[in-house]
Unconditional design. Structure first.
Length: 250
């Protein structure tokens, strides 16, 4: 069974850094398991954080603009073609970790066959992995427009400001129906004691679940392109036990 984690929130909140923290933790706790990173953010920041400029995307397949690594096999159905094309754009990061980039996605209101074919093909791809980490756009709607899949853990990343907490409430409202059946909550990122005191009133009046807090890492403010932080990884480990994720092998 595939465990699916979706990281949402405003651009600049630290989504990519937290997505990579989950990757490091899963690799440590479950070294034999396969992991797919699904870059569903329009900025493609997750792939950029690995030093990659991935131009072959799911949108390229949809639009017919993708340049394939090999010749297109003959005699395939359209569904088989989309499944084959997805395989062609996967990038391997290590033996057990792959990444794929979606970029623009079609609306669920579109009745063209390619919308359903991509949804079905993405679901088949997801089902092949033990873990999938989605680095999402603002909320879960954009991901749902691409693939209608159950989410085990949906994380809203918010910074410790009144405006960010207010925005997290909106994201929570927008995303709740797409996370039905899974765990949905907020992670407060870039925290200090001063920051938390400023937003305590907003937090006390909120109706969403605070999954955990992550300490501020000053090195990330220096423009770390890799988006890796031991402080962030250690912070996530402190509340990992609260998450709807496998706990064994730890």
């Amino acid at each position: 069974m595939t465990i699916k984690i979706a990281i949402t929130g405003k651009s600049g909140s630290g989504k990519t850094t937290i997505a990579k923290a989950f990757l490091e933790i899963l690799k440590e706790y479950f070294p034999e398991k396969s992991i797919l990173l699904f870059d569903n953010d329009l900025t493609s920041e997750l792939s950029h954080s690995f030093g990659l400029d991935i131009r072959n995307t799911i949108y390229g397949i949809r639009s017919g603009k993708h340049e394939y690594k090999t010749g297109i096999p003959q005699g395939m159905t359209k569904q088989e073609y989309v499944e084959w094309a997805l395989e062609d754009i996967i990038v391997s990061l290590s033996d057990n970790v792959d990444i794929i980039v979606s970029w623009l996605v079609g609306s669920k209101d579109c009745r063209c066959p390619i919308t359903e074919q991509i949804n079905n093909s993405c679901q088949k791809l997801i089902d092949r992995y033990d873990f999938v980490i989605f680095d999402c756009e603002f909320d879960l709607k954009y991901l749902n427009q691409l693939v209608d899949t159950d989410i085990d853990l949906a994380v809203i990343v918010a910074n410790p400001t009144v405006d960010s907490i207010h925005l997290a409430k909106r994201i929570n409202e927008f995303s709740a129906k797409y996370a039905a059946g899974g765990q949905l909550g907020v992670i407060l990122n870039k925290n200090s004691d001063l920051d938390l005191s400023l937003v305590s009133e907003q937090l006390s009046s909120s109706e969403f679940d605070i999954l955990g807090t992550i300490q501020y890492d000053p090195d990330l403010s220096k423009g770390c392109l890799e988006k890796k932080s031991k402080i962030v990884v250690d912070s996530v480990k402190q509340f990992y036990y609260r998450l709807n994720l496998p706990q064994e092998n730890m």
